[in-house]
Design a protein around this ligand. Sequence first.
Ligand code: PLP
Length: 465
Amino acid sequence: PPATSPIRVIDKDSPAFVNVVDTPVHDLLRQVVQERNIGDLSGSGDESAFFACDLSAIYQAVQMWRQSAIGERVEIFYAVKCNPSPPVLHLLSLLGTSFDCASTAEINQVLSLPTAPSPDRIIFANPCKPASFIRSAADSGVHMMTFDNADELYKVKRSFPDAKLVLRILTDDSKSLCRLGLKFGAPLDTCPGLLALAVQLGLNVIGVSFHVGSGCKDPNQFADAIWRAKKVFDMGKAVGYDFKFLDVGGGFERETFAEMSQVVSDSLDVYFPKHSGVRVIAEPGRLLVSSAFTLATNIIARRLALPSGEATPKDDHEGADVMYYINDGVYGSFNCIMFDHQIVHPHPLTISHEITKCSPSFPPPPNIHLPVDLPVQLGYKDTEAASVWGPTCDSIDCVRQLVQLPKGLQVGDWIAWSEMGAYTLCAASTFNGFNRSPVLWTTGGDHPHAIAVRATLDSFNGPER
Ligand code: PLP
């Protein structure tokens, strides 16, 4: 098929098509920006923001996992919540990953992928589910599900007594950006009681899960969590279970992945050696999708700094010489600033309506850690302090309070933001009538990973191909 042939990705019953091109992502961004031709502000151009997704970055992340210290032992159950875009799920399913779902809608979405994964490739990893979701999982044949409290056991007993239950335990998440332990996970001293109740109800508990928190900064949290899981395996044995399942959750990040996977591997060797016959899975989200998505936004308005004395002294953006207003914000894709505690990094694609040099370092290759002030790091010498705002009427809609940007940016110029694949589109609202930014898809060009993506997509012979 031609390189830009559409792939069928939405759903096996009502096929829809998405076009995937083979253009390097930095070329794609600049190509689209050039085509939109809004520099002259004639009113005819299309300034709407858009994402470019480089599917080869997802392929590369899966390869990195599989070639790592845990690659042979730990199966990937991708956390759908992180980015449920149909082409992402389609590619991951073709690559043979399984899925972590948190709701009936996510389960239905995975089961209706064109690749039609079997229900045993799903774990329903939400410890506190509505009863109707448990019934629906039973109807769909999704057996594996987590719990961390007694009420959930009674619900499962009533709605799905044959479920394969996984006890989600509380672990130390104090070094993580998003502390999931505030909401989920049974403290160790409650586990014997929960397991005794499960026995009494005749339920099938197969093992233990945990989540060290999203954006985990300390690989040793995994070592501690795996040690705790072993204790709970022993508690299970004491009441008659023989657990054979361990779910080490998500929380993996690219920067620390080599160290983290080594820590997980070493701890598994100590507490759950291969000969124990324990199946180990993980639920990575961010690690697989974060670097694949770059968002291109347009400067829709600009205000020069208020005369001195007029800025409110308490404002953190007081030092800005110029305020830029762009067409996506914290109510949209940049909700990651609020919900996911992210700091986002701007990179101008045009300055004074001229395309910036196609820097090979933008978007940065997946193994590069982003500098704090990207434009300065990329060599823009003539910079000024700016604040960057989203498009809504709300003053909380601030994307960067203070950041160095090259001088000369004008209304109509484009700013790109990399590392925008995790917890962005999926939680974006249309508050104030601003649309969610659409995604353009590319295999990433003609480098080996991109060619592998194209081959993977083409290997799927749906009836429409
Ligand atoms: N598993 C569960 C149960 C989660 O709640 C989350 C994120 O919130 C994940 C996996 C994915 O975490 P991450 O994106 O940090 O890998």
